[in-house]
Design a protein around this ligand. Structure first.
Ligand code: B4P
Length: 193
């Protein structure tokens, strides 16, 4: 199994690159953002609770997203590996993920961290907001709140995995193809190691 975390601030290209990486490597894509948006679309009670937080640019409670990932791991026993996109987003989520994987005799192989300037993040997200229908992308104040959440809570995820020498920084500015090639190069290195 090969388990990868695609890490980075909102708008860094996680969703964009995940689509390509899962196609090439046959990994199961687990995006907590996508799962939460599906809950909102289905008007579940979890979706209603998540929507008000997401619309303010805040994170959804750890126990909610950890429960979602636990179910996804249980429901995909045949997976060749997982690509975690937008998860973990806090230190507690990282520790919970490590435990869930250890119970399955698995671990994270690598954390690929996309590096993008704040100015570029805001430009991309406002641009996506013109067409995506995502309420968290239309307002610069909400986008800035998401970036603040990232600095306050999510950057700790990279610190957590850096201790185990699992974090590799990748330049996230340039064409989608160039960034994809750089990510693949790092995956090949870790697969060969
Ligand atoms: P997510 O769905 O994870 O959203 P995101 O971080 O904004 O998106 P992503 O980073 O994947 O976007 P991409 O760069 O691909 O989270 C949304 C919300 O859900 C969070 O704020 C939080 O409330 C909640 N949530 C999710 N997971 C959670 C968790 N684990 N714990 C708690 N709460 C959680 O795309 C951005 C744009 O850039 C696109 O328009 C794309 O086309 C463009 N783009 C991509 N690459 C580009 C490039 N190289 N050049 C130019 N543009 C590019």
């Amino acid at each position: 199994m090969f388990n990868l975390i695609l890490f980075g601030p909102p708008g860094s290209g996680k969703g964009t690159q995940s689509e390509r990486l899962i196609a090439l490597y046959g990994l199961k894509h687990l995006s907590t953002g996508d799962i939460l948006r599906a809950e909102i679309a289905n008007k579940t009670s979890l979706g209603l609770e998540a929507k008000s937080l997401m619309d303010r640019g805040e994170l959804v409670p750890d126990e909610v997203v950890i429960g979602m990932i636990r179910s996804a791991l249980d429901n995909n026993p045949q997976a060749k590996g997982f690509l975690f996109d937008g998860f973990p987003r806090t230190k507690a989520q990282s520790e919970a993920l490590d435990k869930l994987l250890a119970q399955r005799n698995e671990a994270i192989n690598v954390v690929l961290a996309l590096e993008v300037s704040e100015e570029e993040l805001i430009k991309r997200l406002l641009n996506r907001g013109l067409t995506s229908g995502r309420t968290d992308d239309v307002n610069e104040g909400i986008i800035r709140a998401r970036i603040t959440e990232y600095h306050n809570k999510t950057s700790a995820v990279a610190d957590h995995y850096r201790v185990f020498d699992k974090v590799v920084g990748v330049k996230g500015e340039g064409s989608v193809d160039e960034i994809f090639s750089a990510l693949c190069e790092e995956i090949e290195k870790r697969k060969a190691a």
